[in-house]
Design a protein around this ligand. Structure first.
Ligand code: MTE
Ligand code: MO
Length: 202
């Protein structure tokens, strides 16, 4: 399959490591991934429970950082965000998903993007468990969004009815960050009405 680069991007050899808030120390025994906020039932998962979850998605996709570097053809493996949403019972009013991290980093994503088919909680990259610098124990990944939405050291998936800036959005980066629309910087997107795809709208 011929790969197409989104506008303004160029390929580099490998991931350029970003840790805006520093690399966290991870105590894997006490680590939990929590599902919180606008849900019927809050949930939490140990790293072992995530690894043993038979619900898995694997696919190849490029990775695109908003600073214009892309990595070609990464093999991603993880659990669909949608599975977590279904387990917790996301409420009708949920419109945003906040991916919160052990280092305090946060990335908001519109719910329809966060629950799209390929949006996953990554456990393995290129067949290997995540290295600390690539987001161990797990990171979010949504192939059609810029890399800053791929929150590393993920520890909480919070469903919210209202929008809130995360780390980069507070500096003017886009609320959604779709690579094909070149949504690098804010243009008033957060005022649009969001729709929870798990709800049948009339
Ligand atoms: N916790 C955390 N997650 C993060 C970041 C960060 O600084 N801290 N940087 C983001 C940005 S801007 C990019 S491009 C990717 C980079 O992923 P990498 O460090 O694995 O190359 O991580 C994203 N997730
Ligand atoms: Mo980035």
């Amino acid at each position: 399959m011929e790969t197409v680069l989104p506008p303004g991007q160029r390929y580099v050899r490998g991931f350029i490591i970003y840790a805006a808030l520093g690399l966290p120390e991870v105590d894997i025994e006490s680590y939990r991934l929590r599902v919180t906020g606008s849900v019927d039932k809050e949930l939490e998962f140990s790293y072992e429970a995530l690894l043993n979850n038979p619900v898995k998605t694997t696919y190849r996709s490029d990775f695109h950082c908003v600073t214009k570097w892309s990595v070609r053809d990464v093999l991603w493996e993880g659990i669909p965000v949608r599975w977590f949403a279904e387990q917790a019972g996301v409420k009708n009013g949920a419109a945003w998903v906040f991916f919160r991290c052990l280092d305090g980093y946060m990335a908001p994503v519109p719910i329809e993007d966060a629950l799209s088919e390929k949006a996953i909680v990554v456990l393995k990259m290129n067949g290997e468990p995540l290295k600390l610098e690539n987001g161990y124990p797990c990171r979010a990944f949504i192939p059609h969004l810029y890399g800053w939405k791929s929150a590393k050291h993920l520890c909480e998936i919070e469903f919210s009815d209202t929008y809130m800036d995360g780390f980069w959005e507070a500096y003017g980066y886009h609320e959604r960050g779709n690579v094909w629309e070149e949504e690098r910087f804010k243009q008033g997107f957060s005022r649009h009405v969001r729709r929870n795809p798990l709800v049948t709208h009339k």
